[in-house]
Design a binder for this molecule. Structure first.
Ligand code: COA
Length: 263
C-alpha cells in the first residue's frame, strides 16, 4: 500500500513514523487508519526479525494529532449502522495493532494531542511532550464519546481521571497529562528530540526479547489478584532465565562484559 498520509524512516533499528496531514493537524480518516494498521503489521514483522527495536511516532507540523477527522465523522451520518460499526472496528484494530507491538513505542508530542490523538498517546509506551502541548478527551464537546480509545486511555490514566476528563472534555496541560500517567517526560519544544534520543539510547541497552516479554506481561498481570498473577509471573521469569538472551545477559554481568544486543 502506498502511504499517502504517513512518512516513515528507518535509522538502524529505530523506526520513525510521522503522521503527515499537517493541513488538518494530522487528523485521521479511514485512509490514515488503513495505512497506520498496515504499517503496524509491517513493523511487527520487522520487530520479530529484530530489524526494528524501537518505534517513534511523531506528527508533522505544529500539532501531533487532532484526533479523528471531523469532516470524515460528519459524513458517516450517511452510513448504515453496519458500515459505522465496521469503521469503528477498523479504528479499534489500528489502536490495538500499535498497542501490541512487541517493541517500545515512543510518542513525540508537540502542540496538541486531542481526542483520538490522546488515544494515540495512550498506546505509546513512553510519551515525551513539549511543555506547551495540550491534551484532551474532547469528544463530548462534539456530541460524541471517546469510545474506541477508552480501553487504551483507561489503562494509562485510570478511572478517576477518566471520569473527570471524558465527561468534561476539557483540554489539559502536558504537566497534568504527566500527573495522570498519559505522559512521562515534559520538556521545552526545542528539547523534544533530545529527550526522545535519551529514551532510545536507554532502550537499546536492554535485551530485545526481554523488552518484548516485559511489555507483554503488563496487560496479563494488570488487575489480577497476586495469587492469580503468580503462575503467570513465575512462568514468565522461569522462561526468561533459561532463554539464550537471559543467559547471555546474566553471564555478561558476571563476566563484566557487554551483551551482544547492547548498542
Ligand atoms: N478533523 C478535521 N479537521 C481538523 C481537525 C479534526 N480533528 N482539527 C483541525 N482540523 C482542521 C481545521 O478545521 C482547520 O481547517 P481549515 O484550515 O480548513 O480551517 C485546520 O485543521 C487547522 O485547524 P486550526 O484550528 O486553525 O489549527 P490550530 O493550529 O489553531 O489548532 C488544534 C490546532 C488541534 C488545537 C485545533 O484544530 C483543534 O482544537 N481541533 C479539534 C480537535 C478535536 O476536538 N478533536 C477531537 C476529534 S474527536
Amino acid at each position: 500500500m502506498s502511504d499517502q498520509f504517513l512518512q516513515t524512516r528507518r535509522d538502524g533499528t529505530v523506526e520513525r513514523l510521522t503522521l503527515n496531514r499537517p493541513e488538518v493537524r494530522n487528523a485521521f480518516n479511514e485512509h490514515v487508519i488503513a495505512e497506520l494498521t498496515a504499517w503496524a503489521g509491517e513493523v511487527r514483522a520487522a520487530a520479530e526479525r529484530r530489524d526494528v527495536r524501537v518505534v517513534v511516532i511523531a506528527g508533522a507540523g505544529k500539532t501531533f494529532c487532532a484526533g479523528a477527522d471531523v469532516a470524515w465523522m460528519a459524513k458517516t451520518v450517511q452510513y448504515s449502522r453496519d458500515e459505522n460499526l465496521r469503521d469503528a472496528m477498523a479504528m479499534s484494530r489500528m489502536f490495538a495493532a500499535i498497542d501490541e507491538l512487541p517493541v517500545p513505542v515512543i510518542g513525540r508530542i508537540q502542540g496538541a494531542a486531542l481526542g483520538g490523538g490522546a488515544g494515540l498517546a495512550a498506546v505509546c509506551d513512553i510519551v515525551v511532550a513539549d511543555d506547551h502541548a495540550l491534551f484532551g478527551f474532547t469528544e463530548v464537546k462534539l456530541g460524541i464519546i471517546p469510545a474506541v480509545i477508552s480501553p487504551f486511555a483507561l489503562a494509562k490514566i485510570g478511572r478517576s481521571a477518566a471520569r473527570e476528563l471524558f465527561l468534561t472534555g476539557a483540554r489539559f496541560s502536558a504537566a497534568r497529562a504527566r500527573e495522570i500517567g498519559l505522559v512521562h517526560a515534559v520538556v521545552p519544544a526545542a528539547d523534544l528530540d533530545a529527550a526522545v534520543t535519551t529514551y532510545i539510547d536507554e532502550l537499546l541497552t536492554a535485551g530485545p526479547d526481554a523488552i518484548a516479554a516485559a511489555k507483554a506481561l503488563i496487560p496479563q498481570v494488570a488487575g489480577r489478584a497476586i495469587a492469580d498473577a503468580a503462575p503467570i509471573t513465575s512462568a514468565a521469569i522461569a522462561e526468561r532465565r533459561v532463554s539464550p538472551e537471559g543467559q547471555e545477559g546474566l553471564r555478561a554481568f558476571l563476566d563484566k562484559n557487554t551483551p551482544g544486543w547492547h548498542r
